[in-house]
Design a binder for this molecule. Structure first.
Ligand code: FMN
Length: 141
């Protein structure tokens, strides 16, 4: 099992309809390939956490990297993991309209055991510092 976290820049051509199409396509493909994860959007940036069997993940990421619907793909973390976090999420999508809800849902899905690298990457992607993220989490607890 492997997990990759990357960020990228959303293509200026990607309108709402195209985004829905992308999500539909990604979910269907991930269900077929046994991949799971989440896609976050903040303004013109994406952050994706994608996890699954190593060779399926690597193959999918080769395709994703070259996708013209985003650019400047930058891998933030890639590692082997003992198990997946988001087994019920073929590709859950969130934008920055409700950061507290995103943190809460990630934590619930990971049964409170969110890996450190994910726990740090998500608030920081939304421009939220650790103190503020902790406040939001405490508020939810
Ligand atoms: C930001 C972003 C995230 C994507 N996430 C996934 C994903 O999780 N799984 C996936 O199969 N394709 C994802 N895609 C789409 C792939 O690049 C590709 O279009 C899709 O896998 C279909 O490839 P295929 O025609 O070879 O099956 C994503 C594309 C973008 C731009």
């Amino acid at each position: 099992m492997r997990r990759i976290i990357y960020q990228s820049v959303v293509s200026p051509d990607l309108d709402r309809m195209e985004l829905f199409r992308l999500l539909y396509q990604a979910r269907a493909a991930n269900e077929r390939r046994g991949l799971s994860g989440l896609l976050l959007r903040s303004d013109q940036r994406f952050l994706q956490v994608l996890e699954g069997p190593t060779w399926k993940l690597c193959a999918a990421f080769q395709t994703i990297r070259r996708d013209v619907r985003h650019s400047h793909v930058e891998v933030l973390d890639e590692r082997s993991v003992p198990e997946r976090i988001f087994s019920n999420w073929p590709m859950r999508y969130f934008d920055d309209s409700d950061i507290a809800k995103v943190l809460n849902m990630i934590s619930a899905e990971a049964h409170g055991a969110v890996p450190k690298v994910v726990d740090e990457a998500v608030p920081s992607f939304f421009g939220c510092d650790q103190a503020r993220a902790n406040q939001l989490r405490a508020h939810l607890a």
